[in-house]
Ligand binder design. Structure first.
Ligand code: ADP
Ligand code: ADP
Length: 227
């Protein structure tokens, strides 16, 4: 689903990614961890072209990620993303937040977009909040809306960038449970997270980054027993 070959990225003079090579198969769950500033966020943002990179190549579902806007649009349809900050539109209701991209980017009619949005809001157990505005919801609820919104594009891959880091502890579980159920349904996922219990339970591989490079990669059982 995703291959990265010899990817290098600089922010100006700062070398943010060093020779990244990675392949992610259909249905695989990757947990990306490592200290703050090690390049985790940069790496996953390169996958859907929220960041550009200077060398190497990234393919998503066979599409070569160049700078052509057509390829970028195609990839953004395949790849859903959830951020630490929920990034919901505050002036739109929960339902409207979920309907927007399918209508704009996929050209779905209003009725069809609404049906899809309601079904996914149901799946993340938040349908009863559909007509509220994001700021009327708890952080955990907002994050579940953000997950539903991404799923409304029917992505083949989901990227999560510290989805629980901005949440109060009591809300972390509801978001992790949503992610676990998505994993169980076979979604291909890359998750940047410090939640090691989640990594143990869900990850096929844990990838550890430091200073912009991948320094260790192993199945969780192996990863967590290494000295
Ligand atoms: P992580 O997600 O592991 O915390 P990031 O990918 O956010 O790490 O950042 C990696 C490094 O790149 C950090 O040193 C950060 O300061 C730097 N960085 C991130 N974004 C930018 C940017 N837009 N301009 C310059 N440096 C950046
Ligand atoms: P996160 O913790 O979610 O990765 P950050 O707080 O690291 O986010 O970064 C927020 C924004 O600031 C991002 O767009 C990132 O690219 C940018 N950024 C991060 N570090 C730097 C930096 N050293 N110089 C310029 N921009 C940066």
């Amino acid at each position: 689903m995703i291959t990265m070959n010899n990817v290098e990225k600089w922010y100006g003079a700062f070398h943010a990614l060093h020779d990244i090579n990675m392949s992610v198969h259909k249905g695989e769950k990757i947990v990306l961890c490592g200290p703050s500033g090690s390049g985790k966020s940069t790496l996953i943002r390169c996958i859907n072209h929220l960041e550009t990179y200077q060398k190497g190549e990234i393919r998503v579902g066979g599409i070569l990620l160049g700078n052509q806007s057509k390829a970028i649009d195609a990839i953004r349809r395949e790849v859903g993303m959830v951020f630490q900050q929920f990034n919901l539109f505050p002036h739109l209701t929960v339902l409207q937040n979920c309907m927007l991209a399918p209508m704009r980017a996929l050209g779905l009619g209003k009725a069809e977009a609404e049906e899809r949005a309601r079904s996914l809001l149901g799946r993340v157990k938040i349908l009863e909040q559909a007509n509220k505005y994001p700021l009327q919801l708890s952080g955990g609820q907002q994050q579940r809306v953000a997950i539903a919104r991404a799923l409304c594009m029917r992505p083949k891959i989901m990227l999560f960038d510290e989805p629980t880091s901005a949440l109060d502890p009591e809300m972390v579980k509801e978001v992790l449970d949503t992610m676990i159920s998505l994993a169980e349904e076979g979604m291909t996922m890359i998750c940047v997270t410090h939640e090691m219990g989640f990594a143990r339970q869900v990850a096929d591989r844990v990838i550890f980054m430091a200073s912009g490079a991948v320094v260790e990669e192993a199945p969780p059982a192996e990863f967590f027993t290494n000295p």
